[in-house]
Design a protein around this ligand. Structure first.
Ligand SMILES: Cc1cc2nc3c(=O)[nH]c(=O)nc-3n(C[C@H](O)[C@H](O)[C@H](O)COP(=O)(O)OP(=O)(O)OC[C@H]3O[C@@H](n4cnc5c(N)ncnc54)[C@H](O)[C@@H]3O)c2cc1C
Length: 495
C-alpha cells in the first residue's frame, strides 16, 4: 500500500469520525483520519455539551472506552444532571421533566481530545491541518484531495467515511448520480432548511447557579430555544439555536440580550480558550436521519447523516453509534470485496433495524414537522398546557403515554392545566384563542398517531438495497397523509 493509499479515509475528527476510524482500525484496516483543525484544537466543537447515558454501551458501541472517558474528571465534570427544566419566563410557566437515566454536561473539548487519543491508540493515522476540498470518484468514491499544511495531497482508498458534520461539504462534492448504482442513487441529499444554526458561550459566574443539577431550555421568538447547561455550578454553557426554515435570528445579540436580564450572569464573563473567548457557532441537523447514508465507496455518519434529535438538536450519541456503524460496515464490505451501495447497505440496516435508534429519530421528526407548522405563540400555549409526561416523550424518544390509564392521566392533566392557565390569563397574553388551542392539541394527537405509523414503517426498513424503492414510496405516502392531516400547504412540506 502506497503512502496515501488506505483502506478507509475518515473525513472529520469529531465524534462520528473517531468512532468510525477507531472501529475500522481496531478490526485491522489501514485508516487515515483527516481533520482541518490542528492537533491542539481537535475536538473544539460548538456544542451544548449535554450528554445522556455516557456509560451505556449500546449508545457508545465499539472499541472506544467510554468508561475510561467518563471516569476522567476533566471530561465528565462531577455534575449529575437529573432533570430538564423548561422555563417560559414571560408567562411564568416552569415545567420540570425528571431524567430516568444518567445525564451530564461535559467539557466538550476534553471529551473530543480523549476520543482522538483513543482513536490513535486503536491504530488510526491522524492528519491534522488537513482540509478536504475534493472527492475523487470513478463509478464509486475512490478517495479525496486535501490541502495538508499548505500542500496538496491525494488520498486513495476503498471507502470514504463522511464524518464532516452537519452540512458536510463532501456531499456537495460527490456527484451521486454518476456513481454506479442499480437504479438512481439511494443517497438522500439534505436540503438547507433541514438544518439549524446554533451558537454557544461558556460563561463563568461569580456564584453557583440555582439550576446546577438541571439543563434548562427557554423558548425563542422563532422555532428554537435558549439553553443554560451547567458544566459546573459556576461554569455554564449558554447558547441558542433556530431552525433555518424560519426567519434568521442574530444569535450573538440575542444571547447577550438574554443574559443581560439575569441576575446570575451579572459580573460574569465568557471563559478564555486558546487565544480568545470560549465562543463557537455551527450548523446542526434538525431532520430525520437520511433515508440512505450509503453510496458506492461512501458512508455518511453523525451530523452528515442527520442522526441528531430533530427537536432538541442533541447529536453526540447519534454521532457515536452511527460512526461505529459506518466503521463496522466499511470493515465488512472491504472483507467481502464489495464496496457497492449494496455491499455497504449494512450501515443503513444496522442503524434502522438492529440498533433501532435511527428509526426512533426518524419517527420523532413528525413532532418537528408539526411544531414548525404552527405559530410560536400557539406552541408556547400548548407547552404550557401539556403535562410533563407528554413533553418528556416529545423531547426524548421513549413512549410514556401509551396505556389507556396514562392517556387518561394526560387528558386530565391537559384539562387541569387549561383551567389554571386560563385563570392566570396565559392564553390571553399570548393572543391565542381557545379554538387555536383546541386545533393545536388535536394536532399533537394526530402527530402521535403518525409517530406510531412512522415507527412501524422504519421498523420494516429494508435489509438490502433491492427492497428500498418500494419501502421509500410507502414512507412517502405516510408523509403525504401526515401533511394532509395537518392541513399543510405544499410550501410547508418538509421533505
Ligand atoms: C451550538 C450547538 C450545540 C449543540 N448542543 C448539543 C448538546 O448539548 N448535546 C448533544 O448531544 N448534541 C449537541 N449538538 C449537536 C452535536 O454537537 C452534533 O450532533 C455532533 O457534534 C455531531 O458530531 P459529528 O462528529 O458528526 O460532527 P462534528 O462534531 O461537527 O465534527 C465534524 C468534524 O469534521 C471536520 N471537518 C469538516 N469539514 C472538513 C473538511 N472539509 N476537511 C477536514 N475536516 C473537516 C470539522 O472540523 C469537525 O472537527 C449541538 C450542536 C451545536 C452546533
Amino acid at each position: 500500500m502506497g503512502d496515501n493509499q488506505h483502506d478507509v479515509v475518515v473525513v472529520g475528527g469529531g465524534i462520528a469520525g473517531c468512532f468510525a476510524a477507531a472501529t475500522a482500525a481496531a478490526a485491522g484496516l489501514g485508516v487515515v483520519q483527516l481533520e482541518r483543525k490542528s492537533r491542539e484544537r481537535g475536538g473544539f466543537i460548538a456544542c451544548g455539551d449535554a450528554i445522556k447515558s455516557p456509560r451505556n454501551p449500546s449508545d457508545y458501541p465499539g472499541p472506544i472506552d467510554m468508561d475510561a472517558i467518563a471516569d476522567d474528571e476533566s471530561v465528565l465534570v462531577d455534575n449529575n444532571i437529573d432533570r430538564i427544566e423548561f422555563w417560559d419566563e414571560q408567562l411564568d410557566v416552569r415545567k420540570v421533566l425528571p431524567y430516568e437515566t444518567s445525564s451530564n454536561v461535559v467539557d466538550r473539548y476534553e471529551f473530543g481530545q480523549r476520543l482522538l487519543e483513543q482513536a490513535a491508540d486503536c491504530g488510526v493515522e491522524q492528519h491534522y491541518d488537513t482540509v478536504v476540498n475534493e472527492v475523487l470518484q470513478n463509478g464509486r468514491v475512490t478517495g479525496v484531495k486535501a490541502i495538508r499544511q499548505g500542500e496538496p495531497v491525494t488520498y486513495e482508498c476503498d471507502v470514504v467515511v463522511d464524518a464532516a458534520g452537519a452540512q458536510s461539504i463532501l456531499q456537495d462534492m460527490v456527484d451521486f448520480e454518476r456513481l454506479d448504482t442499480p437504479g438512481d442513487s439511494t443517497f438522500e441529499m439534505p436540503h438547507y432548511t433541514h438544518f439549524g444554526s446554533a451558537y454557544r458561550e461558556i460563561i463563568e459566574t461569580e456564584e453557583p447557579v440555582s439550576y446546577h443539577d438541571a439543563i434548562v431550555g427557554k423558548p425563542l421568538e422563532e422555532l428554537g430555544y435558549i439553553w443554560y447547561f451547567p458544566r459546573t455550578p459556576t461554569q455554564i454553557n449558554v447558547g441558542l439555536g433556530f431552525q433555518m426554515n424560519k426567519e434568521p435570528i442574530p444569535l450573538v445579540d440575542r444571547l447577550r440580550r438574554d443574559v443581560a436580564d439575569r441576575a446570575e450572569f451579572r459580573g460574569a464573563d465568557v471563559a478564555e480558550k486558546f487565544d480568545g473567548k470560549n465562543k463557537l457557532g455551527s450548523s446542526i441537523a434538525l431532520r430525520r436521519p437520511l433515508d440512505s447514508m450509503v453510496a458506492p465507496g461512501y458512508l455518511a455518519a453523525g451530523g452528515a447523516a442527520g442522526t441528531t434529535h430533530p427537536i432538541t438538536g442533541k447529536g453526540i450519541r447519534g454521532a457515536a453509534y452511527s460512526g461505529y456503524s459506518a466503521g463496522r460496515a466499511a470493515v465488512q464490505a472491504i472483507e467481502d470485496g464489495d464496496v457497492s451501495e449494496d455491499g455497504l447497505w449494512e450501515h443503513n440496516r444496522w442503524l434502522y433495524r438492529e440498533h433501532g435508534e435511527a428509526a426512533k429519530l426518524a419517527s420523532w421528526d413528525a413532532y418537528n414537522v408539526a411544531a414548525s407548522s404552527i405559530d410560536v405563540s400557539v406552541l408556547r400555549a400548548v407547552t404550557a398546557l401539556l403535562p410533563e409526561a407528554e413533553l418528556r416523550e416529545i423531547v426524548g424518544t421513549a413512549r410514556e403515554v401509551d396505556s389507556l390509564s396514562s392517556k387518561a392521566l394526560v387528558a386530565t392533566g391537559v384539562l387541569k392545566n387549561f383551567v389554571s392557565e386560563y385563570r392566570r390569563g396565559t392564553f390571553d397574553r399570548l393572543g391565542v384563542s381557545t379554538g387555536e388551542l383546541y386545533d393545536a392539541v388535536r394536532g399533537v394527537r394526530t402527530t402521535r398517531r403518525y409517530v406510531s405509523e412512522y415507527e412501524r414503517q422504519y421498523d420494516a426498513y429494508p435489509a438490502d438495497r433491492a427492497a428500498f424503492d418500494a419501502w421509500r414510496s410507502d414512507r412517502d405516502r405516510i408523509d403525504r397523509e401526515f401533511y394532509d392531516a395537518l392541513e399543510l400547504a405544499p410550501s410547508e412540506h418538509k421533505y
